[in-house]
Design a protein around this ligand. Structure first.
Ligand code: ZN
Length: 333
């Protein structure tokens, strides 16, 4: 048993309370490898933004769960080395799908876990989320639960059918589970293809897809039911056109990739939404930069040569999100 407190990590309780009050949101960035982690920590340290490092089940399978945990521990030391005196870094399990997985993460030093039982019937979702919350709270680990179903694919989590969170259920759900934050479904979805072209309109000038707006009425209804309660948005990459173009220009094939417009995320960040999950944008920035580099330098084969610009591009993207979309810069001096 390792406590996250020994690793210098923090849970989400205080950062969420401040974010809800301050009208901004904490970035939750997924990582699977060293370059992503470096870019996240460099961006957070440079902007003095609290940050949530997210590890999904897929990331644990890809990179090894023990190694990832030590990398996060190293991230705290690295942040200090970069001159961030009091780093506020949370290590969070993204989409935990069983009690055992959540318990394993609590026991190995995670400061926050998500139990995603949103695909189960309502009462079963409550029972499993409560079981995780009861266990995690013994160690002061915070718990995110989910109500409502998001469309799209994220690692092993995928769903064809989505439905919005029902505002009439949120009080009962949060009270009975004891969760610390609630992931809701209001029109975001996982992956880089968040909407089918037939769900979108086209910008007559650029010919690009314009996605349908988020269900802000549902979000505000939920906010009214749970004043001040931390709300989480999953699947909130904006799928920047410049990275999609970069991928496509240098040999990629990502037709009709579309995300959530940043102005809508900016609006959400001002509400009770205090955690915004961004994963696909990092994947796109990295892949775009690597494709471009390798296309322009066909004789290079040292991974450091193409991973360095990829890391730079991710860092630039993370800083942009922190400063221009979430507004969390300067909140962890
Ligand atoms: Zn998610």
């Amino acid at each position: 048993m390792v406590s996250y407190k020994e690793l210098g990590l923090v849970n989400t309780r205080e950062m969420f309370a401040k974010a809800v009050k301050g009208g901004y949101a904490i970035p939750a960035f997924n990582f699977n490898n060293m370059e992503q982690l470096q870019a996240i920590i460099m961006a957070a340290a440079e902007t003095k933004s609290p940050v949530i490092l997210q590890v999904s089940k897929g990331a644990r399978n890809y990179a090894n769960s023990t190694l990832l945990r030590y990398m996060a521990e190293g991230a705290v030391a690295y942040a200090k080395e970069l001159g961030w005196e009091h780093p506020q870094i949370c290590l969070h399990l993204d989409h935990g799908d069983s009690f055992e997985l959540c318990k394993d993460c609590v026991d190995m030093g995670f400061s926050s876990v998500m139990i995603d039982a949103s695909s189960l019937p309502y009462e079963e979702n409550i029972a499993l989320s409560k079981k995780v919350a009861d266990y995690a709270h013994q160690y002061d680990v915070t718990v995110e639960a989910e109500l409502g179903v998001l469309a799209g694919v994220e690692d092993e989590v995928s769903s064809e059918e989505s439905h919005y969170t029902r505002p009439e259920e949120v009080i009962d759900f949060s009270t009975r589970t004891g969760c610390d934050s609630l992931a809701i479904s209001v029109g975001t979805s996982h992956g880089a293809y968040k909407f089918k072209p037939e769900q979108c309109t086209r910008d007559p000038k650029t010919g690009r897809l314009v996605p349908p707006p988020l269900a802000f009425d549902v979000l505000h209804e939920i906010e009214k039911k749970l004043p001040g309660f931390p709300i989480v948005l999953h699947g909130s990459s904006s799928v920047p056109q410049e990275y999609v173009d970069m991928c496509n220009q240098y040999g990629g094939n990502l037709p009709n990739a579309v995300g959530i417009p940043e102005e809508q995320l900016r609006e959400a960040a001002k509400s009770a939404v205090c955690k915004i999950n961004i994963d696909s944008d990092s994947r796109l920035a990295m892949t775009g930069a690597i494709r471009k580099y390798l296309a322009e330098n066909p004789s290079h084969f040292d991974p450091r040569q193409y991973l360095k610009p990829a890391r730079e591009e991710m860092k630039k993207m993370y800083i942009h999100k922190i400063v221009n979309v979430l507004g969390s810069n300067g909140k962890a001096e």
